[in-house]
Design a protein around this ligand. Structure first.
Ligand SMILES: [Zn+2]
Length: 213
């Protein structure tokens, strides 16, 4: 990345969704993988593997291969790395492993402290932003696990990690129907989960990057 920090670029794949030239259109499906509600890992894994087309699931491996491939240009490897960092974050946001029918909660209307929004948005940022920590502060506050705990969190396969998020998505769906009015009680219910996902997302990203570099 040269002198640039990973965190600086981490959100860029979301910014370019607003690009009107069409240059990044093919990347819009990389941020998520839709899946019907499953409560059995084997069925979940089968369904994942049977899906066609690029998704969050396929792109983690595709981007990793591009980064490893020394024949890929420096510029393309850098772009692949930025996307990989970003989608490893998306992977930890449960509603990026949600349902097609509501676009991962985008079509579930809720209010959050009286403001009209949707469930996906609440989990993409609002729950985190409500704590009013800077990202630097939050990463310091959460990164307190022992070596053994970190090893445990970083264990498992990509499919395990996606299933982990999917199970949480099922719980979120069950507890947040359309027209829910969310405020302090919702934070109280889900803050621990949100913080777990921030931590797990970061540690699993670290694992993937350590293996690549
Ligand atoms: Zn994204």
């Amino acid at each position: 990345m040269g002198k640039e920090r990973l965190a600086y670029w981490a959100n860029w794949p979301d910014f370019i969704k607003s690009d009107t030239t069409g240059a990044w259109k093919q990347a819009s499906s990389w941020h998520y993988v839709n899946i019907d509600p499953m409560t059995d890992f084997k069925a979940f894994e089968q369904n994942l593997k049977a899906q066609a087309g690029p998704s969050l699931y396929t792109q983690v491996n595709t981007l990793s291969s591009q980064i490893k491939d020394k024949n890929t240009s420096e510029k393309d490897r850098k772009i692949a790395l930025i996307f990989l960092i970003h989608i490893m974050g998306d992977l930890a946001q449960p509603l990026h492993v949600g349902r097609a029918e509501d676009l991962g909660g985008n079509k579930i209307n809720v209010t959050y402290f009286g403001e009209k929004t949707n469930l996906h948005s609440v989990w993409d940022g609002k729950l985190v932003d409500s704590q009013k920590y800077s990202y630097t502060e939050y990463s310091k506050l959460l990164d307190i696990k022992s070596k053994e705990e970190v090893a445990q969190i970083q264990s498992g396969t990509l499919e395990d990690w996606l299933y982990d998020s999917h199970k949480i998505a099922n719980k979120i769906y069950a507890q947040t129907p359309n027209d829910s009015k969310l405020s302090y009680d919702y934070q109280y219910k889900f803050n621990e989960t949100m913080e777990r996902q921030l931590l797990y997302g970061g540690l699993r990203l670290a694992k993937v990057l350590n293996e690549l570099f």
